[in-house]
Structures are given as C-alpha cells and as structure tokens.
Design a protein around this ligand. Sequence first.
Ligand code: PLP
Length: 244
Amino acid sequence: MSQTPSESAAARHAQLAAAWQRLQQRVAAACTAADVDPQAVRVIAVTKTFPAADVAHLRELGLVDFGESRVAELVEKASAAAASGPGATWHFVGQLQTNKVRDVARWADVVHSVDRARLVTALDRAATAAGRRIAVLAQVSLDADRGSGRGGVPPEELPELAARIAESKSLDLRGVMAISPRDPQQRPAAFDLLTGLVSQFRSNHPAATWLSAGMSGDLEEAVAAGATHLRVGRDLLGYRPPLG
Ligand SMILES: *Cc1c(COP(=O)(O)O)cnc(C)c1O
C-alpha cells in the first residue's frame, strides 16, 4: 500500500520534528558540558540536496536559519520560502565562484564562505547593485593540506581578508567561519588553532562576534571552542548521498 501525498508529508513532518527535538537536546547537552549559554548558539539547518518541502516543515517547527552550499539550490529554496512568507534567514555556506555572486547577493542574507579578496570585491559590487546589505564571515582554512578543496583563506592571510571586508561598501563583517578536518584525530589541534585566530581577529574587529563552526560530526567540539552558529545537515535531515 502506498501512502497518499498528505500521509507522506505528515510522516516526514513527524520525522523532522523528532530529529529537531533530538538535535536541540544534543546542542543543550554540548552547551552544559562546555559551560556555554545555550542562547548564544544558533542552529542553521543545512538543507542542501533536500526539497523545499523540508524547509517548509522546518519553518513550521520554528526554525528560521537555513543553509545552502550551491547557488542553484539557494535560489530555488529561498525563493520558494519567500513566496510562502517572510522570516527565513538564508546562509550561503559553500564555495562561491565570482561569476555567481549576483544570485547570492539577491537571495542570501549571510555568506559564510568569503575567502579571497576578489570575492569580496565581486560580492560587494553585486550587493550594492542589488541595494542589499549582506552579512559576511571570513572563512579560514584549518587544513594542513592546502589543496583540500574545502575553501578558506590560509590563517596568516585572515587579517588582510577581514580588513578588506570591513572596508567594503555593502558587506557587514560578522565573524569567522571554519570547517574542521575530516580526520577526528586532527580536530583538537585545529580547534586550538581556530581559538587563537578568533581571539586575534576579535581584537581587531570587536563587533564581529560570530563563529560559524560545527556540523553533525563535530558540534560538541565546536561548541566547546566557542561556536555561535552550527551548520547541521545530516543530523537533522537524514542521510544525504555524497555531493558529486
Ligand atoms: C554540508 C555542509 C554542512 C552540513 O554538514 P553535515 O555533516 O550534514 O551536518 C555544514 N557546512 C558546510 C560548509 C557544508 O557544506
């Protein structure tokens, strides 16, 4: 017996509701363990590869922050969400080519993955042309292997990149973003490095207090390192086939 569309929508809603409840408990436990105020930590639902219907379910459950890593998916889901009412905040978290900044400037409220001067220039120009202000995080690479393909400016170039963003016309520098190493054994050293970089960064940019770090696999470590924004995909939405 197959389900009717409304039965399967109800089943998916219930599944996401249960996952959201478990995730909130997991984040709360991480905050308690790290002696962090839970109010200081936000969860961004990374909905990449999942349909706009899932965004609608999550909005009904009270989530407001959504993340995408590909421009086409950002445009599709942010425009669908806007059509169904205001109040969602869209975070672009993926690597961004300068030839795609127009769509991002139009649909993203926050860009986490700004990692080079040319991108600052292009995104600033596109935001100005669109008449929008965009919140921006400087992405720093914690990978010893520069060719990891996960983006991020080398740590020694973070101050220069942050200064560029701070000088821009339509971008608001909000903080730092990082992706921790895939190998769990490399994470403690990477989070130590990040903590030091963030403390230096904040001495130059005291108002830029966001730290976007932590995903399904490392959110406890990220909370302990002072993350203010967790980007969670699989732990909330379920299994996702690897992106090509
Ligand atoms: C996909 C993605 C996430 C979410 O990862 P999960 O392991 O599914 O929680 C977070 N950040 C970025 C940059 C991503 O591309």
